[in-house]
Write a protein that binds this ligand. Structure first.
Ligand SMILES: Nc1ncnc2c1ncn2[C@@H]1O[C@H](COP(=O)(O)OP(=O)(O)OP(=O)(O)O)[C@@H](O)[C@H]1O
Ligand SMILES: [Mg+2]
Length: 167
């Protein structure tokens, strides 16, 4: 069985992520969307909130599951019985960092392959950070995140900001 891991912070999931998930699910027998815990960034959405949002918009993709991980990615990938790491590639900005990461991972785990999927042109500028920034400034998220989670994202981003202000 060809299993692939699609890692990220998904803070929150966007239409760009969803597009990669759907396309990857057609290429692999199983895709594990793996939410990174304890990244250097402080997330806006709690782990379980991020998971719930992903599960709500995944629809009925039978071969996709959501999981979380911390620590070294290649160790986690092996533990899951996977051999492929999927990364989305947007503009040039993603390239340098991802290129380094992929080479470093190959060095420490030659049995694991990193596969890059080119962004959909429509989403080439889209990131979780942009979504959070727009939500906090009152901009529209139409077309950037799935409709069914749009309001939850706006509410959470505002709540998070209020909490930070009170500190
Ligand atoms: N619009 C997009 N098109 C294609 N791939 C994407 C897109 N957004 C994110 N990805 C990919 O999804 C994976 C997870 O990314 P990540 O969780 O960092 O999301 P992000 O949108 O870049 O968020 P942040 O702004 O917090 O960095 C990475 O491989 C990233 O390249
Ligand atoms: Mg990113």
């Amino acid at each position: 069985m060809k299993i692939a891991v699609y890692p990220g912070s998904f803070d929150p999931i966007t239409n760009g992520h969803l597009d990669i998930i759907k396309r990857a699910s057609k290429v692999f027998d199983k895709v594990i969307v793996s939410i990174l815990v304890n990244s250097s960034k402080t997330p806006c959405f709690e782990m379980e909130e991020r998971r719930a949002l992903i599960e709500r918009v995944m629809g009925d993709l039978p071969n996709v599951e959501v999981d979380c991980f911390e620590g070294l990615l290649v160790n986690y990938v092996r533990k899951k019985g996977a051999h492929v790491i999927i990364k989305g590639l947007r503009a040039i900005s993603d390239f340098e960092y991802e290129f380094q990461m992929a080479l470093a991972n190959t060095k420490i785990a030659p049995d694991i392959e990193t596969l890059f999927m080119m962004t959909n042109q429509e989403y080439s500028y889209l990131s979780s950070s942009i979504v959070k920034e727009l939500a906090s400034l009152g901009g529209s998220l139409e077309g950037l995140v799935p409709d069914e989670i749009m309001q939850d994202i706006i509410d959470k981003v505002r709540e998070h900001e209020e909490r930070l202000k009170k500190r």
